[in-house]
Design a protein around this ligand. Structure first.
Ligand SMILES: Nc1ncnc2c1ncn2[C@@H]1O[C@H](COP(=O)(O)OP(=O)(O)OP(=O)(O)O)[C@@H](O)[C@H]1O
Ligand SMILES: [Mg+2]
Length: 232
């Protein structure tokens, strides 16, 4: 495994003729029509109406879902060509995710949630504690380290989720409406946390309904009825 400090070149995320068709009753739904796009380092906002295919796109980029056609290439790696177990390892090493509803482990404290990916990576306890504390501090939550997710506000939980996603310094950070349930000020704070890694050359893909948020992005993709176009 390559330590984050050893990585130099930004990792390019490439969607090639990527599509997803779901079975639906007697027929099918084209949730995502074939599209090709290079996700450049920096912040890419994905906008579009409800049901247009945004989450479908993100789940394919993450390798959570299997494309009907095409492929996702991360650096030199064809994501879906990897066997399941290796794909999970690859994801752990290169990706961070922020889900719409934070997905924190309810029985772990804020600190333990941030530490969790480092535990999976076999980072020694002392080192991962230190890193998790620094990450919590980075999202302004040092004072909440021992809180369980149920004891956190929505915005605090989302910030812990971002700290967790950043724990392994991922090349690719994917976020599905992380600011959707937050008030404007908290949403702004969460957005700043995603912009930071984008400025450092990470590839950050952010789904948002919020046009204001999209204006802060370096690149914008529009999804409409499964069709992806570049530009807002
Ligand atoms: N597992 C599935 N099986 C069948 N159809 C699905 C499945 N997942 C999504 N769809 C359909 O694919 C389309 C795109 O869904 P998707 O979740 O990508 O939309 P979205 O743009 O993320 O919407 P929202 O903004 O509401 O989250 C929708 O019509 C949805 O009903
Ligand atoms: Mg969605």
């Amino acid at each position: 495994m390559v330590a984050p400090s050893q990585r130099t070149a930004p990792c390019v995320l490439h969607a090639e003729q990527l599509s997803r068709v779901y079975p639906s009753g007697e027929g099918t739904i084209t949730a995502l029509a074939p599209f090709t796009h290079v996700f450049a380092p920096g912040l890419t906002a994905v906008v579009g109406p409800s049901g247009s295919g945004k989450s479908t796109l993100l789940n394919l980029l993450a390798g959570f879902d299997t494309p009907t056609t095409g492929r996702v290439v991360v650096g030199e790696t064809d994501l879906h060509a990897l066997p399941e177990v290796r794909r999970a390892d690859f994801r752990l090493a290169h990706y961070g995710f922020v889900f719409q509803n934070h997905n924190l482990v309810p029985i772990l404290t804020a600190l333990e949630n941030v530490e969790f990916p480092l535990t999976l990576a076999g980072v020694p306890k002392r080192e991962r504690r230190e890193r998790a504390r620094a990450l919590l501090e980075g999202v302004g939550l040092s004072g909440r380290a021992s809180h369980l997710p149920a004891q956190l506000s929505g915005g605090e939980a989302q910030r812990v989720a971002i700290a967790r996603a950043l724990a392994r310094n991922p090349d690719v950070l994917l976020a599905d409406e992380p600011t959707g349930n937050l008030d404007t000020r908290t949403g702004e704070r969460v957005l700043e946390l995603l912009i930071g890694p984008a400025r450092e050359g990470r590839t950050v893909v952010l789904i948002t309904h919020d046009r204001e948020v999209a204006t802060r992005a370096d690149h914008t993709l529009q999804v409409r009825d499964g069709a992806v176009t570049v530009g807002g």
